[in-house]
Design a protein around this ligand. Sequence first.
Ligand code: ATP
Ligand code: MG
Ligand code: MG
Ligand code: MG
Length: 568
Amino acid sequence: MRFSKMYAKTLKETPKDAEVISHQLMLRSGMIKKLASGVYTYLPLGYKALKKVEKITREEMDRAGSQELFMPVLQPAELWKETGRWDAMGPEMMRLKDRHDRDFILGPTHEEVITDIIRNDISSYKSLPLSLYQIQTKFRDERRPRFGLMRGREFLMKDAYSFHANDESLDEEFENMKAAYTRVFERCGLKFRSVEADSGAIGGSGSQEFHVLAESGEDEIIYCNTCGYAANLEKAESVVKEEIVETKEELAEVELKDTPNVAKIDDVCEYFGIPASKTVKAITYMDTLSLKVYMVLQRGDYEINEVKLKNLVDETDLVMLSDADLVAHNLIKGYMGPYNVELGDIILVADESVTKMINHTAGGNKVDTHYVNVNYGRDYTAHIVGDVRSVRAGEGCPRCNEGELESARGIEAGHVFKLGKKYSESMGATYLDENGKTNIMTMGCYGIGVSRTMAAAIEQNNDENGIIWPMSIAPYLVDVIPANIKDADQLGLAEKLYAELNDKNIDTVIDDRKERPGFKFKDADLIGFPIKLIVGRGAKDGLVEVKIRKTNEAFEVKAEEVISFIEE
Ligand code: ATP
Ligand code: MG
Ligand code: MG
Ligand code: MG
């Protein structure tokens, strides 16, 4: 690519409405252009980088045995009504009508569409497991679209879906996908961490997020310096605190005395004659789509009168979970983990009536829904009651009780979920097993924000001069800069090297503009080419300068050795 012809309108000034560095730098380097709030054009330079992230993602998904397909963005409302998400998704879903007044949406995700395909096509255990993916534009009418590509309303996602005959098979694929994600982010040259996560609106029992580490990240992640525990604080908080959750806006309106779950906890304690603060913990967590209240009665702390317990469950709106339930729902390892809940502990779950009241105080949520996209701290505050172990950096690890928690900021770039039977059940995706018996499939889903990952790469890799692209996703690897294009030696050698690099399929730009070298260096650093190849006075002796953007190292190299030098 010749710089003189390249569509890259660089800006000297930082655009006013761009808050984070990736947004500023992408605008300044001419990689993206805003069309509307949260809607961007990828200009040629930005599109090249995006395609590289996309290519790495595709290669790793293929390698992991997932097959690529391409589903429609436009989806009929009926499918979403089957799963209840037509209502649950709320205003985040882009809705429209066709000329016959039929409801459609622009897909924010594709569980419904893929499950519809599979329920019609697959009927035997012999076709399972099955993993399919696409790289597709998604639409989400985010409440606060911001930070450029980081939180767009139209963005590129890789989404994969897997279908299984049983949980073991899903567990295997979940591990397989985690490994694939690790390779994707490693190949993108990013520093990242995988953490336990809230399942959010998608639902399910096991869920992990992949966070690109960067100061500007919207999420706080905490991790133990001794064991492997790492979690999105958003999730960790909602698990370990007993809380009444309220949006900031509604905080003013809701009366705090309306706290039915607290009364319930106290009732339970009184009933058993145990001190509430010590032995009973109430937890709310996002179980699939609802907030549920769990009360943990820890065995060993006191005697539980079994007859009283049975009466309590019979007479109230509490349900008792068996050990098998805890294991089946992954509660011990997952949501209850930070509480050190063990098998044998008694877990009571408040049923719908309590959940309903709590959801009400949570700011108008309906049963089986919760705010999509709400982050603790950013969008709501929690009111803590009773004896709660909070999870904070600097404190002891709730998982191993040995290490200390540290914190970092992260950008959620990937998310893997065990969906279980949520969609297959509501949509009737079944298969016949070896004995000819009908069973419901078990599902997983796996997302990578391709466009967000590209932005996250910039958040993590930049300096005061501009972007520092990791080699693997840089739009161009090398910028050949003849210092003085009027000098025949310099221009000649620069053109020769440019041609050779192109022959080697190394993405290269030659800055053939009639500008001063300093001007060209500034643009090169802003755009973030990993390597500058400066052809200056040494040209007549066959010498060029190779400058590494990341380390600022400069090497004097013989022209004939440049290619092998760069290939290293
Ligand atoms: P967030 O918590 O940031 O709103 P999410 O949890 O709603 O993200 P998922 O439903 O898990 O997102 O989607 C999978 C991936 O898609 C995310 O991990 C993220 O990388 C990407 N993604 C989600 N929303 C956006 C968006 N508005 N703009 C760009 N990428 C997004
Ligand atoms: Mg999230
Ligand atoms: Mg979201
Ligand atoms: Mg997510």
